[in-house]
Design a protein around this ligand. Structure first.
Ligand code: NAD
Length: 457
């Protein structure tokens, strides 16, 4: 406990020097982070593979590459994001100048989950550095190889008073969230998110919660079913389904279920061959507890594709279940694994009712060529973010902020939103001493009130 506090004390002292507020310093740190990723790409790919057999391609495309492009985007824009911003002056404040100074919160705590261990540790750090904060990162204990590699590489690259990785599990994390950080950025489960928010409330620490949930994926009869199946299978089974924005369940218009299933079967075959277990591109489940949880969910409904598992290897085949009811176990909590249940609907109202009866999801996907249906879904269902006719790919656009709503979290990041998440906007009005307009001062009278009413309308 004392040791953890000492790290934060050092960072607070360093923040007070004002060094992190220098734009040149921030740029230099971002460049160092980028170089670390370039120099250690192979090592990081190997460490992630040791943790859950993720392929080099997926680790690059869904983790390292995304962080590098986010750094590039940030480097390109940091000068303009950090500039003092003038805003217009309403008549009541005449004469004055009004402007916003963007300042860092101070010492930020970033707590990361295991499922994209590089991306979800480093992408928030990009925003924290760009905004001028110091950072303590607590990566996940469930990816020990990747987390240790991050600890080693980051400690070789950055001064601990600026950026420090603290390894550990629930025990260490629970101590950290009780400390006096100026900002907390948490990515993880909704259950733990509630604990973090309770702790943050004790000190009124501002925070971002990037949580999970059951993200629906709707397919209607006007969709191109072959392409839809390909994009759904890719988004569901990448990372073996252990993706916060993976389609959690399918809502398929009843008349096209059989045809879609044929295409899904072909797509899975195309992605991972006859024996997905032998495919070098299909990862494993992160630990035994998650394996057991997922294996138990496979007894729901009817298995139409997959269904095989191997506890020793923590392998669960890409699996599709149909004849699922809303009461089934698999429809209660986020699945977070390679199992995709299918529910059917006959009217869009039914579909909307099913989604809106549950906590607001992190993502929503709709596959359709019907503009009216698309509009209806996008305008009546609340969700964090999503895509029309694709899955997950929206995360590759830094102009789209990423975050949840309701039980899937609040606050957002990526690109400029990451900079905003870690910044406080300090609004300032500057007045000259003359003229000193007398109307606001007592004693008040009807003439003053009449004038005020003319202005404030
Ligand atoms: P988790 O909530 O179990 O753990 C996340 C982090 O919190 C870990 O570093 C862990 O050590 C720490 N932690 C656990 N219990 C704690 C406690 N009591 N006090 C303080 N810290 C604690 O989540 P996970 O299993 O690592 O990740 C899976 C979950 O994360 C899923 O629900 C998924 O949807 C969600 N997720 C969300 C996003 C997003 O961007 N919205 C991204 C990835 C994962």
């Amino acid at each position: 406990m004392k040791e953890l506090q000492a790290h934060l004390d050092k960072q607070k002292k360093f923040f007070q020097t004002g060094k992190t507020k220098e734009i040149a310093y921030r740029i230099a740190q971002l460049k160092k982070l980028k170089q670390l990723l370039i120099d250690n790409e192979q090592l990081l790919i190997e460490e992630v593979h040791k943790d859950f057999q993720k392929s080099a391609f997926e680790t690059y495309v869904t983790e390292i590459g995304l962080v590098i492009t986010d750094i590039n985007f940030t480097l390109k824009n940091i000068e303009s994001w950090t500039k003092q911003q003038s805003v217009s002056t309403p008549i009541v404040n005449f004469p004055s100048k009004n402007f916003i100074i963007t300042e860092p919160y101070g010492s930020a705590l970033i707590i990361a989950p295991w499922n994209y261990p590089i991306l979800l540790s480093l992408q928030p750090i990009v925003g924290a550095i760009a905004a001028g904060n110091t950072v303590i990162l607590k990566p996940s204990e469930l990816t020990p190889n990747t987390s240790s590699a991050l600890e080693k590489l980051l400690s070789e690259t950055f001064e601990p008073e600026f950026l420090k990785v603290l390894l550990g599990g629930v025990e260490e994390s629970s101590v950290l969230v009780k400390m006096d950080f100026d900002y907390i950025f948490f990515t993880g489960s909704t259950r733990v998110g509630k604990i973090i928010m309770r702790e943050a409330a004790e000190r009124l620490t501002p925070l971002t919660l990037e949580l999970g949930g059951k993200s629906p994926c709707i397919v209607d009869k006007t969709a191109n079913l072959e392409i839809s199946a390909k994009r759904i299978a890719w988004g569901k089974f990448v990372n073996a389904g252990q993706t916060c924005v993976a389609p959690d369940y399918l809502l398929v218009e009843e008349s096209i279920e059989d045809e879609l299933l044929i295409h899904l079967k072909n797509s899975i075959h195309h992605l991972y061959g006859n024996e997905p277990k032998e495919s070098p591109d299909f990862p494993r489940i992160i630990n035994d507890a998650h394996f057991d949880r997922l294996a138990a969910l496979m007894s729901d409904g009817e298995t139409v594709i997959g269904g095989e598992s191997d506890k020793e290897e923590r392998y669960i085949a890409p699996t599709i279940l149909n004849n699922i009811s809303l009461e089934d176990k698999i429809m209660q909590d986020e699945i977070f694994g390679p199992i995709l249940p299918i529910l059917t609907y006959t009217s869009v109202e039914e579909c909307i009712k099913i989604i809106n009866a549950r906590p607001r999801p992190l993502a929503l996907y709709v596959f359709t060529s019907d503009q009216r249906l698309e509009d209806r879904i996008l305008n009546t269902v609340s969700f964090g973010g999503g895509a029309v006719n694709d899955t997950i790919a929206q995360l590759g656009n830094h102009h789209l902020s990423f975050g949840g709503v309701g039980a899937s979290g609040f606050g957002s990041y990526h690109g400029k939103s990451s900079f905003d998440a870690f910044s406080h906007q300090k609004s300032v009005m500057k007045k000259p001493f003359w003229p000193d307009v007398p109307i606001r001062y007592a004693p008040y009278d009807d003439l003053k009130l009449g004038l005020v009413k003319k202005v404030l309308k």
